[in-house]
Structures are given as structure tokens and as C-alpha cells.
Design a binder for this molecule. Structure first.
Ligand code: NAP
Length: 418
């Protein structure tokens, strides 16, 4: 208070029953926030807890609780809406999304760390300003999101590595839009789908490992995405109807076509998941012969049948030559590292990695050492992201802004680890 702080946050245990009033006098002119923390679980009886907090005589009260699911986050936020002068902090491992949604739903404050997080899921001040730009003007409000701010999301597990929030928020800020894009770590798709309507989400990106299972939750899908059997973009339309798209398809073509003449070429895909499906259909439609290796061969065979390609046994890698090899697995992704193939298994004119973080994966370094051309996943990432942004907003994506944000962050990360 002597240092000029305008609010003091005092834990319920420290204020003691009734002791809050004495504290309040002594802290004047600073105001007193009495808070309850539960690092274990969301308390069952929130109303009783708020009563206890209010009895301490502070100016406002706060509940910070560990939410083990998005359904629990929803329960906390819905409770907060009915209570005046209550701030809520949904702690936990559900990504940055819940804490930011709490602000948008009217919670008065969110904590940010200057260094290491001091509570599960706490955001850094750097991320609040640099990634989410929470200090910018949203609509008519002087700063910070409001109930009118349109919300977009990326769902995946893991999702912490994704640069999509940086890319899409940079684009929203550049276009002066009252919109925000946040990540949710989603282990159970059913849990996330249960909150889409209550969190008033306008659209979301789908990433590993949900691109195929999401189809079961959609009302409709563009024919191409339905044929591929993978969706990476969902638009929430009137009446909450969910419409799916696949922008990986256009993204992989944009990145590869500049470097390889696809018609009549031989391309090997490593992996048979969602991104591999988009790549297989895109390449086959451009007239390439598509070969697929995957650690579960039945998946490689199924994709080969669907897209019109061939499954390849691991033993053939290194013996057969390809015009291009494309890594469609997460092996090599930050911070894990590693390579899906050994050096002697690579025989190609060009190697592309769908991974964009780091820009140069171990696979690409290996290919360079063997004199092969390389393409980083960044080009595809930017192309698929710009296409998503255009689907959601109906506006032309500010691609130079998106590129600058993404490449700048990757360069800074590489500089830091060099
Ligand atoms: P996914 O649907 O989960 O598929 C992952 C694939 O990788 C599956 O075939 C899986 O095999 C295989 N795999 C996983 N771990 C493996 C391991 N340790 N060894 C061998 N194979 C392994 O994921 P996705 O959505 O397709 O994404 C795949 C990668 O592409 C991710 O790194 C993602 O970030 C990247 N991606 C980048 C862009 C871009 O714009 N640059 C776009 C889309 C995706 P099983 O089926 O046996 O599990």
C-alpha cells in the first residue's frame, strides 16, 4: 500500500473471520480483495464460499480454483455472472483460453506473471500483451475484451506450442477488429463441444489429435473436407450450426507447388493422420503418385485406398527414390526434437516437414546435409491460417502482418536457443 498499490489481495486464511475489517482500515486508501484458492478442485458449493468470503469485509472477493475440465470452467464462469464484485480465475491445464474467457465474461481481473507462473495455467504479462494484445482497444472499450468481443479458438493436445494465437490475434489487431483467438488444451473433444455455445465461440481451428474425430460433431462440412475425412477449421453459423472446412489442403499445395512440379511426381508421406490425409488428397488430385508409410500400416493402407495411393513398408525407405518426402507426423516438433526417419532412409529431391516449430527440424537438417532441398512447415502454416481467417471474417487476410508475427517469433526463439 505504501508503494502505491491500489488493491491488496489477501487469502481467506490470512484475513481470518472478521479480521478483514481491521485490515481494511489499516490498508486504506488501498482496497481489499479477499480471495479463496483451491489448487485441488472446483469447490462444490460456490455460493457458500462466496458468503464466507464476503463476511470478511473486503471491498471485493475472488475465487481461484483448479478446473479439471472445460465443463468446470463453465460452471465457475456461470456462477460469477450472477454475483456482483466477484472475480474468478479458472486455474488448470486447459490452455490460456479459460483465463481469457473469464475476462471477456466480465471477471474484473486476471493475474499475469513477470517470470515463472505461480499458479497452474497462469499467463505471462508478455503473452497477455504480445500474443493476446489484451491492452489494445477492443471495440468501443478503452482496453480489454468485453462481452461483445468475438471469440475464436484453437483446440488440440498439445496446443501450447501453437503459433496460431500469435498469428490470428496479430491479424485481428491489424484489422481493428473486436475479436480474440485463444487456445484450449482439449483432451476430450466432448468436453470442448459442450462449451462452444456457452462460451459463444464463433469459429475454431482444430489440431492434433482431433482433426478426424471432429467430423462426428459437425452439422455440415464442405465436400472436400468430408472426402478427405479431416477438418482443421470450424465456423459456427446461425443457430449454432457447425460447418467444417479443410484449409490444410490448400496450404500444403501452396507450399509444395512452388518447388516441385507435382503432375507425374512421386511423393512419400510419413504418417497417416489428419494432415497426411489432406496432403494425400491434394497431391493425388494434382497428378502425383502418392506413397504412404505410417507406424500403423493399416492406417497407411486405408489412406492409400481412400486417396488413390500406395502404402509402403518401412524396409523400402532408402531403396526407392522420391521427388519429395513430406513428414506428416509430429516427430521433431518443439520441444521434443527427433526425426521420424534415419538418414539412410531418406532418398528424395526435396524434403518438406509440416512441423513449423522449429523451422529447421532434425529431419530437414539431415536432408540438407545429404544435399536435398528443404521446405519448412511455415509456408503451409501461413497459407492454411490465412484461409481460416478469411472463412471466419469474410475479409482479406492481412498476410504480411501474419507472416511478420510468426517468422519474428520463430527467429527470436532460434536466436535464444543458438
Ligand atoms: P494426427 O492426426 O494426430 O496424426 C499424426 C500422425 O503421426 C499419425 O499418423 C501418427 O501415427 C503419427 N505419429 C505420431 N507420433 C509418431 C511417432 N512417434 N512415430 C511415428 N509416427 C507417429 O496429427 P496431424 O493433425 O496430422 O498433425 C501432424 C503434424 O503436422 C503435427 O506436428 C502438426 O503440427 C503438423 N501440421 C502442420 C501444419 C502446418 O500448417 N504447417 C498443418 C497441419 C499439421 P498413429 O496413427 O500410429 O498415431
Amino acid at each position: 500500500m505504501r508503494a502505491g498499490c491500489r488493491w491488496c489481495d489477501v487469502a481467506l486464511e490470512s484475513s481470518g473471520a472478521g479480521g478483514g475489517r481491521r485490515l481494511r482500515e489499516r490498508l486504506r486508501p488501498a482496497r481489499l480483495l479477499i480471495s479463496a484458492h483451491d489448487f485441488g478442485a472446483l469447490p462444490k458449493n460456490l455460493a457458500a464460499l462466496v458468503k464466507t468470503l464476503r463476511r470478511c469485509g473486503g471491498h471485493a472477493v475472488k475465487i481461484a480454483a483448479n478446473c479439471r475440465s472445460l465443463a468446470e470452467v463453465r460452471r465457475l464462469l456461470q456462477f460469477a455472472k450472477k454475483e456482483r464484485g466477484l472475480a474468478v480465475v479458472p486455474m488448470g491445464e486447459n490452455g490460456d483460453g479459460p483465463r481469457i474467457v473469464a475476462l471477456r465474461e466480465g471477471s474484473a481481473l486476471a493475474y499475469a506473471s513477470l517470470g515463472d507462473a505461480v499458479a497452474p495455467g497462469q499467463l505471462s504479462l508478455r503473452a497477455m500483451h504480445g500474443v493476446y494484445k489484451l491492452n489494445r482497444r477492443f471495440g468501443a472499450s478503452a482496453s480489454g475484451p468485453t462481452g461483445k468481443t468475438r471469440l475464436y479458438a484453437v483446440i488440440g493436445d498439445p496446443v501450447g506450442h501453437s503459433l496460431s494465437p500469435l498469428m490470428h490475434n496479430a491479424a485481428f489487431a491489424a484489422a481493428g477488429m473486436d475479436a480474440l483467438y485463444v487456445p484450449f488444451r482439449v483432451r476430450s473433444l466432448a468436453d470442448f463441444m459442450g462449451v462452444v455455445r456457452d462460451f459463444r465461440i464463433s469459429g475454431f481451428s482444430v489440431t492434433i489429435p482431433h482433426k478426424e474425430t471432429i467430423l462426428g460433431y459437425l452439422d455440415e462440412c464442405e465436400p472436400l473436407a468430408a472426402e478427405i475425412g479431416a477438418v482443421n477449421t470450424v465456423q459456427v453459423r446461425a443457430g449454432g450450426r457447425l460447418y467444417g472446412y479443410n484449409t490444410d489442403y490448400a496450404g500444403v499445395l501452396k507450399a509444395l507447388e512452388k518447388r516441385v512440379s507435382l503432375a507425374g511426381s512421386r511423393v512419400l508421406l510419413i504418417g497417416a493422420g489428419g494432415a497426411a490425409r489432406a496432403a494425400a488428397f491434394a497431391l493425388a488430385r494434382r497428378g502425383a503418385s502418392v506413397f504412404i508409410w505410417s507406424r500403423r500400416m493399416e492406417r497407411a493402407r486405408a489412406l492409400a485406398r481412400a486417396a488413390g495411393g500406395q502404402a509402403v513398408a518401412r524396409g523400402r525407405l532408402g531403396r526407392d527414390a522420391f521427388d519429395a518426402v513430406v513428414n506428416c507426423t509430429p516427430v521433431g516438433m518443439h520441444p521434443g526434437g527427433g526425426s521420424p526417419l534415419k538418414a539412410e532412409e531418406l532418398r528424395a529431391g526435396l524434403v518438406m516437414d509440416l512441423i513449423y516449430r522449429p523451422r529447421k527440424t532434425e529431419l530437414l537438417k539431415m536432408a540438407e546435409r545429404r544435399g536435398m532441398a528443404t521446405v519448412s512447415g511455415v509456408e503451409m502454416f501461413l497459407a492454411q491460417g490465412a484461409a481460416q481467417w478469411e472463412i471466419w471474417t469474410g475479409k482479406r487476410a492481412p498476410e504480411p502482418v501474419m507472416r511478420k508475427a510468426v517468422v519474428g517469433a520463430l527467429k527470436a526463439e532460434e536466436g535464444a536457443s543458438a
